[in-house]
Design a protein around this ligand. Structure first.
Ligand code: SAH
Ligand code: DHB
Ligand code: MG
Length: 222
């Protein structure tokens, strides 16, 4: 099995199931042109986030890690007209690209981009009384995963869905002695969820156009 094969299968599945969408392809092109890293979710993971939020009937969504707003657009499109999505981004440059992409997607009225360290924005959101969120997507700096999960629980209700991206990392997640902070962050997310009495979770390995990685899916049970 090779990257070439994974990409070919992803191309087939995405071409079949996810209609060509100029808003999303323009968002990726604008992100590339602005020099953003190509670490957005793959189209089929974006669609999965969209479907999960829709199945959930989510009215309030929280995203940690905006980049150019690609996953933001997938998620915000699952919201009703009076829904709301708050997305947290440290980099003003990334946030500016996301803002333009979200505007072109016609989603500006639903989406609030908060620029700054996510931990600060999360505390602010709690103070503002904007919780509970129905769906939370964690996809920012991996070492902070435990903080983001801790905050997610404070901002959640019973039944909230939490997705954490990048918990497999080429399979390196099994290396307990890793010195790679991103892999330590993946392990920290798994360990947090495994031991937390308020969470019920699973994790799924994925291969595809973005390589070999995976995501964690949890729901708040108490
Ligand atoms: N969810 C996006 C990808 C996010 S990439 C998508 O799939 O389209 C991770 C993003 O998190 C980057 O833009 C990075 O600048 C941002 N980030 C990193 N550390 C952060 C922090 N401490 N607080 C907020 N955002 C952070
Ligand atoms: C990286 C971050 C991501 O969120 C992702 O989906 C892939 C890679 C990274 O920082 O390397
Ligand atoms: Mg990611």
């Amino acid at each position: 099995m090779s990257q070439e094969q994974w990409s070919a299968v992803d191309a087939y599945l995405c071409d079949s199931l996810i209609p060509e969408d100029s808003v999303l392809s323009d968002a990726l092109r604008a992100s590339d042109q602005a020099g953003l890293p190509q670490i957005n979710v793959a189209p089929n993971l974006g669609k999965l986030l969209h479907l999960l939020a829709q199945i959930q009937g989510a009215r309030r969504i929280l995203e940690v890690g905006t980049l150019g707003g690609y996953s933001t657009i997938w998620l915000a499109r699952a919201l009703p007209k009076d829904g709301h999505l708050i997305t947290l981004e440290y980099s003003p440059e990334h946030a500016a690209v996301a803002k333009a992409n979200i505007a072109r997607a016609g989603l500006s009225a639903l989406v609030d981009i908060r620029v700054g360290l996510a931990v600060d924005s999360l505390a602010q959101i709690a103070q503002e009384g904007l919780a509970p969120f129905d769906f939370i997507f964690i996809d920012a700096d991996k070492p902070s995963n435990p903080y983001y999960l801790e905050w997610s629980l404070k901002l959640a209700r019973v039944g909230t869905i939490i997705v954490v991206d990048n918990v497999v990392r080429d399979g390196e997640v099994v290396d307990a002695h890793t010195t790679d902070e991103k892999i330590q962050g993946a392990r920290a997310a798994v360990a947090f969820v495994a031991t937390h009495p308020r969470l019920s979770a699973t994790a799924i390995q994925t291969v595809g156009s973005k390589g070999y990685d995976g995501f964690l899916l949890a729901t708040v049970v108490s």
